[in-house]
Design a protein around this ligand. Structure first.
Ligand code: G1P
Length: 308
């Protein structure tokens, strides 16, 4: 098909997921001194594996991770480990063997290094060559979304219907807006969970927040975002912000422009700081299919006994 005969990007299917994983993880030091924060376990899997499983569940089998220095463990985790597999095989430990193999069987995982930590927008720009000219998903590893809530599938559907870019929004208490990108929105007729995004501000002071709708770490982006990111100047924190590039797209018209939001009302587990990470561990631990019943029963008794 010639370039001119191609369908507009909006109608091209979403097949690729991009997972930025180059952050330093300073909030978890010293745990993250020698291992990437994405490898911290949530119950019995590294946090990043939940995110890759979410992408592949939504049909995105091509996953690109944007990594940086000291991230070798990520490549190892999603690769085969023959020695370990042989040892488990020799012992006849089928159950653990299956668990070990699963992490290497999740789609096709590619890696590119960011080189310089210039911000989330710059990390996404590092995916330009791999992504090409189709809309693509971005999943941030600090947010885990409950598998029962199908947020990514919903974002993809809305993007395919409406074109442009689509972001996931969550209502947060007004005193927390300074932790997130925040959206100014207008309702969309006939849709309960979809809004038109008219403006975006990265981590606003509470007085400047356009709403209490915060961007959570799931996006389906039109590839025109790359041209915008190329010329996006450093913003909040001196970093090239994805939110700023999306603000430009929200205000623009023409092919690939426009931003919609999906207001998420499901279950999200934040693993971005130590306290939220502990909460995520308890919630997901209580639902774990092998450990959940025992853990939840113990937790109840322990709390009832005053946590001693
Ligand atoms: C990033 C984005 C922010 C978004 C947040 C969601 O910030 O820049 O707009 O609200 O992720 O987790 P970070 O938390 O990486 O500082």
């Amino acid at each position: 098909m010639s370039a001119d005969a191609r369908p507009p990007a909006a109608r091209r299917p979403v097949e690729k997921a991009v997972i930025p994983a180059a952050g330093l993880g300073t909030r978890f030091l010293p745990a993250t001194k020698a291992i990437p924060k994405e490898m911290l376990p949530v119950v019995d899997k590294p946090a990043i594996q939940y995110v890759v499983e979410e992408a592949t569940r939504a049909g995105l089998d091509d996953v690109l991770m944007i990594t940086g220095r000291n991230k070798g463990a990520l490549e190892d985790h999603f690769d085969r480990n023959w020695e370990l597999e042989q040892a488990l095989e020799a012992k006849g430990d089928e159950q653990r063997l299956a668990r070990v193999r699963k992490s290497a069987d999740l789609g096709t995982i590619h890696f590119v290094r960011q080189g310089e930590p210039l911000g989330l927008g710059h990390a996404v720009l590092c995916a330009a060559e791999h992504v090409g000219d189709k809309p693509f998903a971005v999943l941030l590893g600090d947010d885990l979304i409950d598998a029962r809530d199908h947020l990514l599938e919903r974002l993809i559907k809305v993007q395919q219907q409406r074109g442009g870019s689509v972001i996931a929004l969550l209502e947060v208490p007004p005193e927390q807006t300074h932790l997130y990108g925040c959206a100014a929105v207008q309702p969309v007729d006939g849709e309960d969970d979809v809004v038109q995004v008219t403006g975006l501000v990265e981590k606003p002071d509470p007085a400047d927040a356009p709403s209490n709708l915060a961007i959570i770490g799931r996006y389906v982006l039109d590839p025109s975002i790359f041209d915008v990111l190329e010329r996006t100047a450093p913003g909040r924190g001196g970093e090239i912000q994805l939110t700023d590039a999306l603000q430009e797209r929200a205000a623009a018209t023409g092919e690939g422009a426009g931003v919609h939001g999906v207001v998420f009302r499901g279950r999200r587990y934040d693993t971005g700081d130590r306290l939220d990470y502990l909460k995520a561990m308890v919630k997901l631990g209580s639902r774990h299919k092998e450990l959940g019943d025992d853990f939840a029963a113990w937790l109840k008794d322990w709390v009832a006994a005053g946590g001693e």
